[in-house]
Design a protein around this ligand. Structure first.
Ligand code: PMV
Length: 331
């Protein structure tokens, strides 16, 4: 096999993780739950490269801009190159690898490109190096995926809705089985520029927030409530918990030393608008990851109306409409 292509969706966390109890092992303090985003995809091709002795990762951004990822430039880049090395070592192989990867959506701005990128990269590498015991075992594959530097990448392996489970120093992903919850996620692009601090840098500051302990004290309960609401297809409870968790995580971010402000005044305009539209009967909820762009959740019956209202809001540059979808797979 000379070339392999994997596709992975980004995911939006309903109950988020922020902070790592082991920074080397990329081990979150607690579990998390997310939904995959059908129209925010990373497509990654891995090839053996006999011409050179070093690996190379070339990223094509959604706007066509091409970037050769420099391992010295950021922790995230370094971890991606380490992942190539790790998987090659597990396979006891020696070939250099060339990676071509493409994001269908803006990177580094709160839409989880590191999750889709990390999942697609890990899956493509396991396939090209023929690591079948990883390819057929989600627990094993997800534990390996995490080491790409992004724990949330584990959830991009799941179908539809995924969960990260943390048991002591073990951490893996599993699918959340649902009958048929029809949810829509609208990514509201208010600022497609890359954020100033990556989530990798941000995780390192979580413990400096006095609110972090309070978040840890509450999160297990929130995970349970979230799963219950998903199982009962109770959108009102689900949306309420999702908003609470988003505000809780951003409170930790904003009160860390130094403080991190991922959301901005444009994010707030959308958060306020969602609240207003909800009071008028268009049931929708917001959540925001480590970036200014806002994720709005609704049921399909309100999609057309919400889309119209969002496009009519001055700060909105674009919308990406997503449904839960298949997790990372080989094409
Ligand atoms: O998995 P990382 O290191 O890219 O961090 C993800 C952090 C958040 O997106 C803010 C939360 C989450 O659980 O996805």
């Amino acid at each position: 096999m000379k070339q392999v292509t994997a596709v992975a969706p980004a995911n939006i966390a309903f109950i988020k993780y922020w902070g790592q109890k082991d920074k080397e092992k990329i081990l979150p303090y607690h579990g998390s739950i997310s939904m995959n985003l059908s129209n925010c995809l990373t497509t990654t091709t891995a090839r053996f490269n006999k011409q050179v002795t070093t690996d190379e990762i070339v990223l094509t951004h959604y706007d066509g801009k091409i970037e050769i990822l420099n391992p010295e430039e950021s922790i995230k880049n370094k971890k991606l190159y380490e992942q190539i090395n790790r998987i090659r070592n597990i396979a006891q192989r020696t070939e250099s690898i060339s990676i071509q990867t493409h994001n269908s959506f803006p990177s580094k701005c709160g839409i989880a490109s590191s999750a889709s990128g990390g999942a697609a990269l890990t899956l493509a590498l396991c396939k090209i190096f023929e690591l079948n015991k990883y390819l057929t075992n989600l627990k094993k594959l997800s534990a390996l995926t995490r080491l790409c530097g992004s724990a949330s990448a584990m959830r991009s392996l799941c179908d539809g809705f995924g969960e990260i489970v943390v048991e002591g120093d073990k951490c893996y992903a599993q699918n959340i089985k649902l009958s048929d919850l029809t949810l829509v996620n609208i990514v509201v692009i208010v600022d497609p520029e890359a954020k100033a601090s990556s989530s990798s840098d941000g995780h390192l500051l979580a413990e400096t927030s006095p609110f972090f302990a309070a978040r840890l004290g509450q999160v297990e309960q929130q995970l349970e409530y979230c799963k219950e609401a998903l199982n009962h297809q109770d959108f009102t409870t689900l949306g309420t918990i999702i908003e609470q968790d988003c505000i809780s995580m951003h409170s930790v971010m904003m009160t860390s030393t130094p403080p991190l402000y991922y959301w901005n005044h444009k994010s707030f305009i959308i958060m306020e608008a969602v609240k207003q539209w909800r009071s008028e009967g268009i049931e929708s909820y917001f959540t925001i990851d480590a970036g200014a762009n806002v994720h709005v959740l609704c049921e399909p019956k309100h999609l057309a109306e919400l889309t119209e209202k969002l496009y009519a809001t001055a700060c909105v540059q674009d919308l990406i409409i997503n449904q839960p979808c298949q997790g990372a797979h080989i094409i």
